[in-house]
Write a protein that binds this ligand. Sequence first.
Ligand code: ADP
Length: 446
Amino acid sequence: MIGRAVTFVACLVAGAFIGLFAAGDAGLTVGLGLGCLAWFLLETLRAARVLRWLRRGGDAANVPDVGGAWGEALDRTRRALRLRERETAEARKRLEDFLSALQASPSGVILLDADGRIEWCNQTASDQFGLDAQRDHLQHIAHLVRDPSFTAYFQGRSYAQEVVITGPGSTALRPVKLSAQMHPYGGGRHLLLSRDITAVEQAEIMRRDFVANVSHEIRTPLTVLTGFIETLQSLDLPADERGRYLELMAKQAQRMQTLVSDLLTLSRLEGSPLPGAGEWTPLAMLMAQCEQEARALSVLLGRSQSLHFAPPPPVELAGSSTELMSAISNLVSNAIRYTPSSGTVHVQWRQLGDGRLEFSVRDTGPGIAIEHIPRLTERFYRVDRSRSRETGGTGLGLAIVKHVVQRHGAELRVESALGTGSTFAIVFPSARLRPAAAPAQASIAA
Ligand code: ADP
């Protein structure tokens, strides 16, 4: 303010001097007037520079050097601008952090404006709904997510529940299920959250199928048992007939027992920690026990197949001996149960060229059509239902084998041709092998 007054006085004094000098006393008034004019022009010039700077966006780096009140006004404006710029930068940074957090979310996130148009979506949502964040920016969500359930949900405007829809890349073989829910927020906008629930849905279907299958498997022998019990209670049968009935009842009870035992084995395999690599079992011991059980089963079933058990290599295998025994005896018992009396079953352990160890069971049974092979390890999957039941099968044997194989880092191979026979093999990694400690250990387990 003082600077302005000094400039004004200086202009007046300069004008007065010039007036006096040029025209004596008469020129004093004119000189003062010119001084005023000069001061006014000077101020206008400063104001014009300030205005020009403001019009050009008020770049804080190129502030014009004007003194006085205009200079102070400029200074204050510049400070206000700097503060605003800092606040804007901070707000932008916060927004970017927030969007990065949403981007990292395992759920799909779509921000919709009040009209249902996409303002932003994260990569998970793009993948789940087949969207392109750039291309589909401000496109209406109902035009891009065409599932009828979603359309009805969106139009219904009742978003208290989630909606389950079929994912865009879903096929009959690889179904994709998504759960989506709208959440309203400020200004009529909506947050659309989505989750891929394919695995959950499949687990639920499997659980339902499993319960249905177990109930069915138990109901059949139970019905037979109940029937026989009623007959025995109501009729006075001769002793030999009673004996025959009791034999049939024992068979059904045995069937239920085998089923329960297989179910328990499966649940133990699913729920227990992986077998440690510290337990070593000689192959000779596994083979001896397996041969003993196989020959007993063949006799029990009244078969007379030709059974061959090749001497195993002097090697020990790391893993749970109970689980390994369960897997190999399931494969051998299948071969015996499905191979007719005239057939042959070959069982052998051999070390492969790359150091891995293969256990294989080759039979000359009916063979399995190729379309069944990928499904054999599903629980209760049977190619020939009646033959499985006749021979005491539960439909769980190969499911147990699959679990044991996985838990030992091994691989199950199935080769089969209809009418020719089948070969089931388990290939163990070389890391699970070591030379047998001493041949004396190869004794038959009790
Ligand atoms: P199951 O108790 O019925 O034998 P598994 O899980 O052991 O159940 O086997 C599944 C199905 O695979 C069997 O029902 C049978 O149809 C088929 N299968 C398994 N092993 C053989 C084999 N060696 N030869 C022919 N079919 C087999």
